[in-house]
Design a binder for this molecule. Sequence first.
Ligand code: LHQ
Length: 264
Amino acid sequence: MMASETVLVTLENGVLGLTLNRPEKLNSFTPEMHLALRAGLERAHEDPEVRAVLLTGAGRGFCAGQDLGDRDPRKGGPAPDLGATLDSYYNPNLRMIRALEKPVVCAVNGVAAGAGANIALACDIVLAARSARFIQSFSKIGLIPDAGGSWALPRMIGEPRAKALTLLAEPLGAEEAADWGLIWKAVDDATLQDEARAIALKLAAGPTVGLGLTKQLIHEAATRSLDAQLDAERDAQRQAGRTADYAEGVTAFLEKRKPEFRGQ
Ligand code: LHQ
């Protein structure tokens, strides 16, 4: 894997920790940080030892979106092609988080703005520190909500709230984000990392194939009829029922003991 200080990588009991690490710029994205995150997500996909991912940020922010210092318009030159930036950097990472057949936990440790907010919202289980804020800041600088925001927000919270958040770019606190169903939980700042880590460790000790199929089914439900989804559940259950973890889960239940899943 490409070594880069801009994303810190750890592996503990099946949990791949990915920590965005440009704290002095609130972990805003540079090309180097995008590529480091991509390398981490590729490892999560390829390494069988990885059974869950924990994404968070170093310092007082989670991520302030694109590094706006990177392309200062005052320097002149032709207008940038932001579509190319999305194609090359943001969209591959968004697709990898969603498609990863292992759960991704996100600990939003502080402000999450622009694409930084939407990368957090793309994760499977999102916890936020009570002091954290989510800001769809794009409209403040003439842009549209990218990194999947225009897709995820109306699905998660409905059009009225999605439009107000994106058009007004007002900060949404962690508690309200949880009340709205945008994230799983708001927790005390002091316990965020421990709580997120405990969830990630629990998932990493879980029946990985079944968890991955569950995530995929929930994603696909948004665009399927009930009929088609029932068929998809049949196919996925057939696959899950053939795993060693299913046999272990049932055996452990019958033997009144805790299952020892191996992710197979
Ligand atoms: C930053 C940033 C930042 C650089 C804080 N860049 N330095 C865009 C274009 C291209 C392709 C496709 O996609 C996108 C998607 C996007 O993400 S667009 C949205 C970009 N992000 C923003 O507009 C957010 C800009 N940041 C803010 O509004 C504030 O910093 C927030 C509300 C996040 C936090 O406010 P504060 O807590 O008051 O912190 P601060 O503003 O003092 O920031 C601390 C430092 O971090 C400061 O540096 P300095 O050297 O003065 O201490 C900021 O300049 C720097 N920083 N965000 N995005």
